[in-house]
Design a protein around this ligand. Structure first.
Ligand code: IPE
Ligand code: IPE
Ligand code: MG
Length: 237
């Protein structure tokens, strides 16, 4: 790896194209999700190796419950497997795992696995992996608003004291803003991913389907990030 590359502190990945990857190979959508899941783990470990501090992974949207029950059930099974078979490698690497999203209507075994992962990894300091599972940015903003209103009603917060910090504290996770958002499969949209956190992120849309998003593709993304000139509304430097 080129030592001079700037590594984004917080990267978001919209995992997309598992279904099309499988279809092109005459496989089932479930096979595509399994291949994507294996790739996801590889990318997490690699991101840590290159020095990423926060990685937010969009793996299931609130809208994805509209899919066939068979596909949703399979994805839920994979999330349980995350705890049962993959999580030990995250622990070995000192990775802290958190989740963003609504708990309802996730199945009980998924919630139990998520809770165990969070509890067991809460003191890890290596890197934070934030799984956006049953996540939607509009739902997050709605939930944040309700939580702030409740704090005001409970007398814990005065309206005049509400700042951007207050908003951050009432999101699902209080993470630094996204520096870089990658969406695989060539689709050019956010599909309700971290709208607020991505305010000043750079965007990258490689054409490869997620199961083909190798370490080499990840590195190409980092190189692309280094070509961007981030201005945050200021003058061109
Ligand atoms: C991404 O792959 C995984 C999830 C959204 C859960 P898709 O399942 O969306 O794959 P395509 O877009 O149909 O190819
Ligand atoms: C976005 O992918 C959600 C996730 C990656 C989890 P979709 O495949 O669901 O998005 P659309 O439907 O193409 O916008
Ligand atoms: Mg898709």
């Amino acid at each position: 790896m080129n030592k001079d590359l700037v590594i984004p502190k917080h990267i978001g990945i919209i995992v997309d194209g598992n279904g099309r990857w499988a279809q092109e190979r005459g496989l089932s959508r479930s096979d595509g999700h399994k291949a994507g899941f294996d790739r996801l783990k590889e990318i997490c470990l690699y991101a840590q190796e290159v020095g990423v501090s926060y990685l937010s992974l969009y793996v299931f949207s609130t809208e994805n419950f509209k899919r066939d029950k068979k596909e949703v059930d399979y994805l839920m099974k994979l999330f349980v497997l995350l705890y049962k078979s993959e999580f030990k490698d995250f622990m070995k690497k000192n990775i802290k795992v958190v989740f963003s999203g609504r708990r309802e209507p996730l199945p009980k075994d998924v919630l139990t696995s998520m809770d165990k992962i969070v509890e067991e990894s809460k003191n890890n300091t290596g890197m934070v992996v934030n799984f956006c599972l049953n996540y939607g940015a509009k739902t997050e903003i709605l939930d944040m608003t309700k939580r702030i209103c409740l704090d005001v009603l409970d007398g814990k917060l005065k309206i005049e004291d509400i700042t951007f910090d207050t908003l951050d504290e009432h999101l699902y996770q209080n993470l630094p803003p996204l520096d870089f958002v990658i969406r695989t499969s060539g689709e050019l949209r956010l599909s309700n991913f971290m709208l607020y956190q991505a305010s000043y992120a750079e965007f990258y849309f490689p054409k490869v389907y997620f199961p083909d998003f190798t370490k080499n593709e990840f590195m190409k993304a980092i190189v692309e990030f280094n070509k961007r000139n981030r201005r945050f509304g200021g003058n061109q430097s």
